[in-house]
Design a protein around this ligand. Structure first.
Ligand SMILES: NC(=O)c1ccc[n+]([C@@H]2O[C@H](COP(=O)([O-])OP(=O)(O)OC[C@H]3O[C@@H](n4cnc5c(N)ncnc54)[C@H](OP(=O)(O)O)[C@@H]3O)[C@@H](O)[C@H]2O)c1
Length: 268
């Protein structure tokens, strides 16, 4: 598995396992299976209600894994962040997180207060990297004013939502982009262009989406509840999209979001 070097010096596997909507026994089985077939990066969040199951699945294998979790947007006051992290560590049965993200921006809490708590967790060794999620360029500018290193921004990113300006801003500021819903939640995989390019390389449309991200230096966390598709989604390192393919896929952008809850703040 190929790694992306974070600005902190830590390495994060390019492909991780998304676990939103994987719950209970199924979640435990899929995470265990994913680790068996080579996934080393697992993405969860306190809100997914699956951390205890993931804790069971990673037992005895923690050291070789990169685990990301996220603090919910209603828990961004100083003490709440510390408590949320403590609860997450307890559920995952681990001493530390590789990456801890502010799940959604919430401008009713000063970003300085939240970041101060994240820094405390970092200094105490409970988390190895601080990141954010669903942050726009303006949210990032506010966060960067604190001078605390933000290593990643996890955002929706796929051929129908090619966030070029955000990507450029992140690159310039040493912030890795992690693509969530990298397959457009499964909704874009019948696209004619993706299917044609996939055929040309003897791959699938899902693999083309993930390879397109990889070639842009973007990590991705596809979710699957099928072992076959789990295998498919990490099997993207043996082919290459040529410039023409990349240009065509870039041109598919429609600024479509498949994840846009009422509390999102994308207009900021
Ligand atoms: N930070 C945030 O706010 C945020 C928001 C959304 C998601 N996320 C994270 O990102 C992860 C991934 O995003 P997502 O779950 O929204 O969407 P996704 O990974 O883009 O797509 C998942 C969907 O695609 C299907 N699928 C997976 N692999 C496939 C393949 N090779 N061929 C065909 N279909 C395939 C899955 O079905 P099967 O399960 O049947 O395979 C599922 O329906 C989440 O699980 C979560 O960890 C974070």
């Amino acid at each position: 598995m190929f790694n992306l070097k974070l600005s902190s010096g830590y390495e994060m596997p390019f492909i991780g396992l998304g676990t939103w909507q994987l719950e209970g026994k199924k979640c435990r089985e899929i995470v265990a299976k994913a680790i068996e077939i080579g996934y080393k990066h697992i993405d969860t969040a306190e809100i997914y209600d699956n951390q205890k199951e993931i804790g069971k699945a990673i037992k005895g294998k923690r050291e070789k894994l990169f685990i990301t979790s996220k603090v919910w947007f209603e828990h961004l006051h100083y003490q709440d962040v510390l408590e949320a992290c403590e609860q997450t560590l307890k559920e995952l049965k681990t001493d530390y997180l590789d990456l801890y993200l502010i799940h959604w921006p919430n401008r009713s809490v000063a970003i300085e207060e939240t970041i101060k708590a994240m820094k405390k967790l970092l200094d105490d060794g409970l988390i190895r990297n601080i990141g954010v999620s669903n942050f726009t360029i303006n949210h990032l500018k506010d966060a960067l004013k604190t001078k605390v290193k933000i290593v990643a921004n996890q955002v929706e990113f796929h051929p129908y939502l090619y966030q070029e300006k955000l990507l450029e801003f992140c690159r310039k500021n040493g912030i890795a982009v992690i693509a969530y819903s990298p397959l457009g939640r499964g909704n874009i995989l019948k696209d004619d262009v993706l299917v044609r390019i996939a055929r040309k390389h003897n791959k699938t449309a899902a693999q083309v989406c993930l390879r397109w991200l990889y070639q842009k230096g973007i990590a991705a966390i596809p979710k699957s509840s099928s072992v076959e598709r789990l295998k498919e989604n990490i099997d993207i390192f043996d082919f290459s999209l040529d410039q023409k393919d990349v240009k065509e896929i870039d041109g598919l952008n429609r600024n479509i979001r498949f994840v846009n809850p009422v509390f999102s703040d994308f207009d900021y």
